[in-house]
Design a protein around this ligand. Structure first.
Ligand code: F6R
Length: 615
């Protein structure tokens, strides 16, 4: 993870880098640092803690002059979060400085070599090894910085997005990318460097997304040069116009990004099916599926790979694909799949789901699937992300930037895309009746309005949150389509409130978790009036007879669960396959309010980061 920012131009670099780092804190927030060149000195300040801690320290310690600099916000991999391990890192000469997002896997052997050659290290990081390797190459081969970076990177095993600055060549920053994202903003005689485009959105709309294996030499008053790291060949820069706007990446009137993103869901879901769902004509248009329809229709099996919340969206879709399109589905944790020897047949297809499009395990699982010769379809939110580029075809969720570390709108928009695909295939395979198909389309079109209605329970949910905020454990139960929603509800609570929570298929409760139930245990039961409603009502009775406290997520107008439960939260009625889009809303709000009441850091929960680019 980690976020990197850089600037070279005619303005003061400091405010641009600091504000940019704040935008990238979703990528890591355990320490931060900055290097600024003021025309004479290279001033580096770094600290454990957040970017605001860095700001406080900078005000006391260094001048903030200079029109060139690089900065970093860290999510620790090698070495604990502390001042020393924070980036930027110097080379032993004190001339070179680097910020790095990624992991150098062969750092130990490189370190041994460098120690033999007289180098010493102050931090526990792999990054300090890299900057000294660059220095060593530069001196040994007597080459300029960009060449030294290139030679050094060819000795590296691992992933990186780096920005390197040489005090003796202050009109240049060298950047490179392999496996971690890196974007260059092109302004009027100024350049911005960042892990994504959000840090420079208010300064320019033009950006170059560096590809894996590329480096860029960014010089003041000059054109950018892009080269292949492997063979030094020149690449034509491709400048894209950004489709983002500032409003999308700011909190607006909301206290937290998570709350903003929960409330954005009606709009986000609509954006997901906009231009795709043509209810009146009975058509679903999805270029990535249309262009590969034969592959989808001939699929023996769909293998879904993802992590975390995206994996839960995959689990929901297992029910949808199997029920309406009659295609067998396996849903795999990408982190397990990539190290197994999975049985994949030529006619299987793989669907990879990822909000960020950068998750290292998902990316590796995609590469494994591709090496077995199968078609891989990606469902991502971040346009142009690594997974979007690595897959053969795909569909974006178009949810807009998700900045809160806990995924919310990513989940519901991923389910929306997966539902569209399942419906499209079901129609083409004739595994769904015409009337059922049209009913699904019109119900899907109504979902944004129904999510809006579900959001109206916010203050009621806040009251329930207040009652249960001090318990140490929660259970979440659901069946069928709503079993993965139970998993997702438990994950949301764990992530942001640090309360232990477990999700279970309701009937499995009898096989173990029932032992946990007593008068202190709140159990959130998704008990909508669909599918196996009667069975879940029996499960609720079993819990009540053991004095457990029930919070029921029920269909509007439900009376049976209302009688049994301690509290109920109503959601509008819809067809069973679409219920997860509604039942998940109260669970997101419940976690949110509990975490706020416990005074937790909602958008930046401890130990987590938004995009997990390390395995
Ligand atoms: C949970 C959460 C994580 C992510 C997981 C996968 O709220 O955010 O579990 O879902 O790290 O991330 P993506 O979807 O970016 O691959």
């Amino acid at each position: 993870m980690c976020g990197i920012v850089g600037y070279i131009g005619h303005r003061d670099a400091y405010p641009i880098i600091i504000e940019g780092l704040k935008r990238l804190e979703y990528r890591g927030y355990d320490s931060a640092g900055i290097a600024l060149y003021d025309g004479t000195n290279l001033n580096v300040t770094k600290t454990k803690g957040k970017v605001t801690d860095l700001e406080c320290r900078i005000e006391k310690e260094i001048t903030t002059n200079g029109t060139v600099g690089i900065g970093h916000t860290r999510w620790a991999t090698h070495g604990i979060p502390n001042d020393v391990n924070a980036h930027p890192h110097y080379s032993n000469s004190g001339n070179l400085v680097i910020v790095h997002n990624g992991i150098i896997e062969n750092y130990e052997s490189l370190k041994k070599e460098l120690i033999k050659r007289g180098y010493s290290f102050t931090s526990d990081t792999d990054t300090e090894i890299l900057i000294n390797l660059i220095q060593d190459v530069k001196q040994k081969e007597n080459v300029m910085l960009r060449k030294a970076v290139q030679i050094a990177l060819n000795q590296i095993v691992g992933t990186y997005a780096i920005a390197v600055f040489d005090k003796n060549k202050p009109n240049e920053i060298v950047v490179a990318k392999l496996g971690s994202p890196l974007t260059i903003g092109i302004g009027e005689d100024e350049f911005f460097i960042a892990s994504d485009a959000t840090p420079f959105l208010e300064h320019t709309n033009n950006a170059i997304y560096l590809e894996d294996g590329e480096m860029a030499i960014i010089r003041r008053h000059k054109n950018i040069k892009i080269r292949k790291i492997k063979d030094d060949s020149l690449v034509n820069p491709y400048v894209q116009e950004l489709q983002l706007n500032l409003e999308q990446i700011e909190k607006g009137d909301y206290d937290h990004f998570m709350l903003k993103e929960i409330f954005e869901q009606p709009h986000a879901i609509k954006d997901t099916f906009r231009g795709r769902l043509k209810t009146e004509k009975g058509i679903i248009k999805m270029a990535g599926v249309d262009d590969n329809l034969e592959k989808f229709l001939n699929a023996n099996k769909i293998i879904i790979i993802a992590c975390g919340t995206s994996w839960h969206a995959g689990l929901v879709s297992e029910y949808i694909f199997e029920n309406i399109a009659r295609i067998p589905v396996e849903v795999e944790y990408a982190s397990e799949f990539r190290y197994r020897n999975p049985v994949i047949n030529q006619n299987d297809i793989v669907i990879a789901i990822s909000q960020s499009g950068e998750t290292a395990d998902t990316l590796a699982a995609i590469k494994l699937a591709k090496s077995r010769g199968v078609f891989v379809f990606g469902i991502c939110n971040v346009v142009g992300s690594s997974i979007a580029r690595e897959t053969h075809a795909g569909a974006y969720t178009h949810a807009g930037p998700e900045i809160g570390v806990a995924s919310t709108k990513a989940f519901t928009t991923q389910i929306t895309v997966l539902t569209l695909i399942a419906l499209k295939l079901a129609k083409a395979k004739r595994t769904i009746s015409n009337s059922d198909y049209h009913h699904h389309l019109s119900e899907l079109e109504l979902i944004p309005k129904k999510v809006e209605k579900a959001l109206l329970s916010d203050s009621h949910i806040k009251t329930i949150a207040h009652i249960y905020k001090d318990v140490r454990n929660f259970l979440y139960l659901g069946r069928g389509y709503n079993f993965p929603v139970a998993l997702e509800g438990a994950l949301k609570l764990k992530e942001i409130s640090y309360i232990h929570a477990e999700g279970y298929p309701a009937a499995e409760m009898k096989h173990g978790p029932i032992a946990l139930i007593d008068e202190n245990m709140p159990i959130v039961v998704i008990a909508i009036k669909k599918g196996h409603y009667d069975k879940i009502v029996s499960n609720i009775r079993e819990i009540k007879s053991r004095k457990g406290k029930i919070i029921g997520i029920v269909t509007e107008g439900d009376t049976i669960v209302k009688e049994l439960a301690d509290y109920v939260i109503e959601v509008p009625d819809t067809i069973e396959s679409l219920t997860p889009l509604l039942t998940t809303i109260p669970l997101q709000l419940l976690s949110y309010h509990i975490a706020v009441m416990l005074d937790k850091n909602i958008d930046q929960p401890r130990n987590l980061a938004k995009s997990v680019t390390v395995e």
